[in-house]
Design a binder for this molecule. Structure first.
Ligand code: CMP
Length: 137
């Protein structure tokens, strides 16, 4: 069993898509280990996306991620990391496959509705960024 961190981003929360997005993961056999709705300030967003600190989109991405509430969750399942990435679709919604979350709800490469850990190493940084051991079931 593998765990991965998923974020429902401010654009999707604003559009009232929390339930719709969570149900897509559940319908694909993933289980919710941890879940909460939070507001991440600019500094916290910069810490979360620290691996992208030298990218040209770092400032804009962290402005966006701190513009409103988000939902963070740890999902568990067999091959959870790759399964989640498949359900989300390509980073750029215009390149995402039909039926994926980003194709259906993403607005742009930045405002792309969801985030999912891209590796076990990322998940090991991202899950404890939001959840203590006591909150992960
Ligand atoms: P995410 O899966 O959250 O990981 C990093 C985020 O940076 C990505 O989704 C996009 O929201 C954003 N991103 C990646 N590439 C670009 C880009 N070329 N321009 C703007 N934002 C980007």
């Amino acid at each position: 069993m593998e765990k991965t961190l998923v974020i429902i981003k401010p654009d999707a929360v604003k559009k009232n898509l929390i339930g719709e997005i969570i149900s897509r993961f559940e319908k694909n056999g993933l289980r919710i280990s941890a879940l909460k709705k939070i507001y991440m300030n600019k500094k916290q967003a910069k810490g979360f996306y620290i691996v992208h600190k030298d990218r040209p989109f770092y400032e804009s991405l962290t402005d966006f991620m701190s513009e409103g509430p988000i939902v963070v969750m740890a999902l568990e399942g067999e091959d959870a990391i790759s399964k989640v990435r498949k359900i989300m679709g390509a980073t750029n919604p215009s390149q995402a496959d039909a039926g994926t979350i980003r194709k259906d709800f993403g607005e742009s490469i930045e405002r792309n509705a969801v985030h999912g850990s891209d590796s076990a190493q990322s998940a090991a940084y991202e899950i404890p960024y939001f959840f203590s051991a006591l909150e992960i079931l």
